[in-house]
Structures are given as C-alpha cells and as structure tokens.
Design a protein around this ligand. Sequence first.
Ligand SMILES: Cc1cc2nc3c(=O)[nH]c(=O)nc-3n(C[C@H](O)[C@H](O)[C@H](O)COP(=O)(O)OP(=O)(O)OC[C@H]3O[C@@H](n4cnc5c(N)ncnc54)[C@H](O)[C@@H]3O)c2cc1C
Length: 475
Amino acid sequence: MEERSVDVAVIGSGTAGLNAIGQIRRTGKSFVLINGGEPGTTCARVGCMPAKAMIQVAEDYYRRMQLGKYGVDGYRALTLDGKKVMEHVRDLRDTFVDRVLSNSTDNMPPDRFIQDYARFLEPTLLEVAGQRIRAERVVIATGSRPLVPKAWRAFGKRILTTDDLFELEDLPTSLAVIGLGTIGIELGQNLHRLGVEVTGFDQLTAIAGTQDPEVSASAIDLMGKEFPIHLGEAARIAEASDKLSVTAGEHSVLVDQVLCSIGRVPNVEKLGLENLGVDLDTRGLPDYDPNTMQVGNLPVFLAGDVTNERPILHEAGNEGKIAGYNAAHDQVTAFRRKTPLLINFCSPNICAVGQRWNDLDQTTTAVGQIRMAPVGRALIMNENKGTLRVYADQHSGLVLGAEMIAPKGENLAHLLCWCIEQELTVGQLLRMPFYHPVIEEALQAALYDLYSKVETKNEGPPELTSITHQQLKNV
Ligand SMILES: Cc1cc2nc3c(=O)[nH]c(=O)nc-3n(C[C@H](O)[C@H](O)[C@H](O)COP(=O)(O)OP(=O)(O)OC[C@H]3O[C@@H](n4cnc5c(N)ncnc54)[C@H](O)[C@@H]3O)c2cc1C
C-alpha cells in the first residue's frame, strides 16, 4: 500500500476542518484534507443556513397575522405553496454550499483533498482511500450527526432528521417534533408557522436548553401558546395504519411524520480511535484540553462538533483555528476560550450568554430582569413578549451572564456577550448611550434593576461620567 508523508492531516472538511486548514496554510506546512461523506459543511448543507432560510419564510408568512390590525385587507386569503417554500430553501442552501466549496475544496488537487473516510492505524498513521498517510500531526474535525434510536429507524422515511428535512418536496401536513432542544424548538415553531400541524414532545421539563426558571417558564408559555408541547415524559412512536402515533404519558397524537431532534452523536465510529492508545469515553471520544484542543500528549487535536461540547458554528471555527494553529507549530499554545453565546432563532429569540444559571453561585449573584410587555419598541413591533434576566457579581457588579426570551434577542445577547468579554460592570454598562426607542432599552431597564441590587455603585448619577476641567481642556 502506498504511504506518503505530510506535516498535518485534517480529517473532516466542515467548518472546523477548513478553519484548521486556514491556519496550516499560513505556515507553509504540507497538509492533506480528508473528508468522508458530503463536502460543503453541515452549516451550509443541513444546518444553520437552510434552517434560517426556512425560518425567514415562516416569519414573513406569519407576520401576515398582524396586517389586519393596520387595516390591510385580504391578508387572511394569503396562502403558501409548500413546494415552493422547500425549493426556495434548497436554492439558498445550494448557493451557500457552492460558496463554501468554491472558497475551499473545489480548487484543491486530489492529493491534497481526499474524499473518503479516514481511519487511524497509529496516532500519526492514517489509512484512507487505499493509501497510508504518515502525518506529523492530525486534526480530527469529523462533526456529528443526528441521533435516531434504532427502533425508530424501522419507520423509515417517516422519521425525519435535519439531514433529510430540507430535502422534502413539500411540507408535511402533520408532524411530531420529538426533542425540543435548540433545533427542535427552532424548526418546530417555524414549521408550525408555515402551516404544518406540529406537536412537540420532550422528556425534559425545559425547552431550548433554558436553565433560568423565569426564562424557562416564559419560553414554555410562549411556545406552548403557538403549538402543543408535552414535557416531562419520553415519547413513544407506534404504527397507526398510514400514520404514526406518538404518545407521551396521557398525550397522544397521530401524525404523518416525526422530526427526531433528540440530540447528535459524534462521528467517530469509522475513525479507529482505539488505535490512539488512550482511554475513550462512552461516546468513543478521548479526553482533550479545551484550550489547546490536544488529545493528551499526542500529536492529535480535536475540533468542532465532534467534541459535542460547544456545538455551534463560531465555536467550531475557533476550535478549528486552535487545533490547526497547534498542529502547524512545534510548541502547543493554550488559547483563551470566548464567552459562551447561544442563540435560538425561534421567535422571540431564546439566548444565553456567559455563565449559565446552573453554574452561578446564587449566594453571591444579583439578578436584574425586565418583562418585555411594557417595552415601547417591542410593543410597536407587536412582539412585546418574553423575559430578559441579567446576572452580575453582587459585590463588584461585574456582569456574569444572561438568559432571555426576547424579540431581537440575537442582538441583545451579542451586546451583553461583548460586554462580558470586556469584563464590564453593570455600572459601566449604564454609562453607555442608549438610543430611543430601541429594543436595547429593554436591556437598559434590566440593567437598572440589576444596578439596584449590586453593592458597587458609580459616583453621582449612574448614567453620567464626571470629567475634570483639566480633562476637558485635553479633549
Ligand atoms: C439544523 C441545524 C441548525 C444549526 N443552526 C446553527 C446556528 O444557527 N448557529 C450556529 O452557530 N450553529 C448552528 N448549528 C451547528 C453548526 O452547524 C455546527 O456547529 C457546525 O456546522 C459544525 O461544524 P464541524 O466542522 O464541527 O462539523 P461538520 O461541518 O459536520 O464537518 C464534519 C465533516 O467530517 C466528515 N467526516 C465524518 N467522519 C469522517 C471520517 N471518518 N473521515 C473523514 N471525514 C469524516 C463529515 O462528512 C463532514 O463533512 C446548526 C446545526 C444544525 C444541524
């Protein structure tokens, strides 16, 4: 069998793998990129981008319900062509995939980009496509795939995952969404808004990964008003003539199809990780350092969703950069991880920033909050629903984190995330300008509430920063 040597082998040409390659290229080291399965990244093919394309259509269509209030006639007569919706989603999806491919693997020669599944024979020896590759260092960026219980696979194409949802020719008439985490809630709500009869199930008692009890209750309340949600019991599926019956406790529904969104599993089973010579956990993954992405002391690095730790795009990209940088340098460098930021594009957005509720020391944490109902801009948008809660260290006022279900939460969460990165206090945030009337005024109100509960205060009025005559002269 042919054997060749490279400086770095990267397994997986998703977001993490491509970011790793970007770092390796900069150093001029030789590399090979290996991808089994469809190239084009999970994000563009079956993830972020087609999901957001579908959500945009759903939001636009759902917005028609507001039009009667402004005296726009005929909105009730508007209809939606499910086939065209799916075509539109796929068109956009194809554009994104083409863009990824043309910027990455399309121009790579076949000896640099191998399309097959790689397998470790040793920590630095891979077998792929009938050849052996000896790499000084290896990056594993093989991503994850939807988890479907074995028993449910017997229902064939009636069990959908995000890998096949966007391939549907038409929207289903009725659908059970089992698993109401980020993906289930985001897609469930929007399929409902597109006219699909959606019923949601989750064995947990919270949805969309919320932890803060107030936000969690608000999220369940708001989502539950749009489509039925059954929580706290595992759902079972059974054949019911030409339908599927989905049952959880006393709740049962007949549906055409089920969207199974109960989680994702790392793509490791084809990799031969047992040949790394280190312990593997129950998911088949080795232990690694999240600041270097290195596996033990091996010249092997993990990146992206394969770790299942921070399964979101910008983290996959960052981990790819960390792993790629370290794989291309002799010295392994530890990098600071970014402030956690989670955004669920359901409406209102559900977001979490910084420290999560379950990790906070409740005895030293102050919480400020605002309900969206009276927020002027939210009222104008007719989206004045939700709750925003911000956490700070009670003594210093240092902002620690936040959780929210709020209109334009994606923007509020970013603002807060950047402030936490800058290690700002609630007093410093209040000194920032807030325009009127904007949704950020909701954040301002939550910050005032928080400010009243922390010990460290600004001098004088909290919003104002004093300046000396000398400083004025220097301005
Ligand atoms: C429906 C959905 C919506 C999402 N929405 C968002 C969002 O709005 N925002 C956000 O930040 N994140 C979102 N995500 C998550 C985001 O898409 C992922 O975090 C990101 O795409 C992961 O990138 P990756 O490089 O780790 O994996 P991938 O892009 O999956 O790349 C892994 C590659 O490795 C290949 N591979 C697997 N095994 C092998 C092997 N043995 N040998 C060689 N190659 C192999 C795979 O075929 C694949 O091409 C969403 C995900 C889904 C599913």
